[in-house]
Design a protein around this ligand. Structure first.
Ligand code: SAH
Ligand code: SF4
Length: 369
């Protein structure tokens, strides 16, 4: 990991200066205007950070020294510390990061899977975290086991992407908010991060390549639908009826399946981007074929996609994945209705294990030492 500490505080320190990775071009224009500069300076700084990958303000030579000093006085470029990288080049790579306050978060880099002829697309997906822990306590999930510690700042969201690009030397093409936390419970910081991710002056990803996943925070789904620059939506559904969803997702007692689908239809009516219904298959809990049929009907009406995920076992939780045969039967039942359905049946669960597990292991190690 390169050290960017030379000019304005180290990336490990708690700095009082603002991390520029959480700042939009408009915010920076306002800042420069208030300090005798103009939007030109903001444009040049964004260009230096996101196009030229400059990590020291003193190296931005398209602005004069006066404005470089101004930046050094008010901002830092701060990346989280990489504690561990699991996996190897060309495979899924899990990053464990430590934040300035010692908390851990995880992100995952997922390259495109090779095609039959051995080639692969340039797609590089990063799964990012939006909070430390999660308040929503879904019964199957490692991220919610200890509740919520805190929201991530916009800069902490963006810096996961920047740090992974730097470490892997790959350009990120897709982002999914499927790491730790409930992104829609951190809406303000998420919203700004989305502006930076899709901004043509920022990371410049296509809106359809950015997916926010939620367990179903209905009012926030509506707010997300109203964003000017639209993004794709994934819903952690995991139960097609209240009876099943109530058993595993406490959020369903606040906004039930009908309210959730009302919000999804609103999203679909105001948005061109796709909606994916995520459905973990957990043995004996939500894997009855009746659920497959109801799920398919709902997806069809919505014009959504279905992504089936055979459950990844979590240390300390008793849930299990159904047999491969049953998973395929469930998939074929949904597919038979004409709904676009995907499912991945990988062998080991180690690296692909649900987000939250690396962090749990690291916290346990710290507690034991
Ligand atoms: N809080 C948001 C974003 C996190 S996404 C949400 O729930 O959508 C994390 C995804 O991983 C969710 O779809 C979640 O349901 C899924 N997940 C959690 N634990 C899992 C496990 N043990 N096996 C497979 N998927 C899991
Ligand atoms: Fe939180 Fe999502 Fe995990 Fe539920 S599935 S506990 S909402 S991170």
């Amino acid at each position: 990991m390169r050290d960017f500490s030379q000019e304005s505080g180290t990336h490990k320190s708690v700095s009082t200066k603002e991390n520029i990775l959480g700042v939009t071009r408009d915010d920076l224009s306002t800042f420069f205007t208030e300090h005798g500069g103009s939007s030109f300076h903001a444009k040049e700084v964004m260009e230096a950070i996101y196009r030229q990958n400059i990590r020291c303000f003193s190296q931005i030579d398209s602005i004069t020294e006066k404005y470089r000093e101004l930046l050094i006085e008010h901002f830092v470029i701060e990346l989280p510390q990489i504690v561990k990288v699991q996996g190897s080049e060309d495979t899924t790579r899990k990053y464990l990061f430590q934040l300035h306050d010692g908390r851990y978060i995880e992100s995952v880099l997922i390259p495109a899977t090779p095609l039959e002829d051995g080639t692969r697309s340039e797609r590089m997906t990063v799964c990012v975290s939006s909070q430390v822990g999660c308040a929503y306590g879904c019964k199957f999930c490692a991220s919610g086991l200890d509740g919520l510690t805190r929201n991530l700042s916009t800069a902490e969201i963006i810096s996961q992407l920047v740090a992974i690009q730097e470490h892997s030397r790959k350009t990120v093409t897709n982002v999914v908010f499927m790491g730790m936390g409930e992104p829609l419970a951190n809406f303000k910081n998420l919203n700004k991060a989305l502006d930076i991710i899709v901004g043509h002056w920022g990371l410049h990803l296509a809106p359809r390549s950015v997916t926010v996943s939620t367990s179903g925070l209905v009012p926030m789904i509506r707010k997300l639908a109203e964003r000017e620059q639209q993004v794709s939506l994934a819903i952690s559904l995991h139960g097609a009826t209240n009876e099943v969803r109530d058993k595993i997702m406490p959020v369903n007692s606040k906004w039930d399946v009908d309210e959730l689908f009302d919000a999804l239809h609103y999203f679909a009516s105001t948005n061109k981007q796709r909606i994916t219904l995520e459905y973990i298959l957990i043995q004996g809990i939500n894997d009855a074929l009746e659920q497959a049929n109801i799920l398919a009907q709902k997806a069809k009406k919505l014009g959504g996609f279905v992504n089936l995920i055979p459950y990844n076992t979590v240390e300390g939780l008793e849930w299990e994945r159904p047999s491969d045969e049953h998973c395929k039967l469930f998939r074929d039942t949904v597919k038979a209705t004409g709904v676009m359905t995907t499912m991945r049946l990988e062998k080991g669960h180690d690296i692909d294990a649900a987000c939250g597990q690396l962090r749990l292991k690291e916290m346990k190690k710290t507690a034991e030492s």
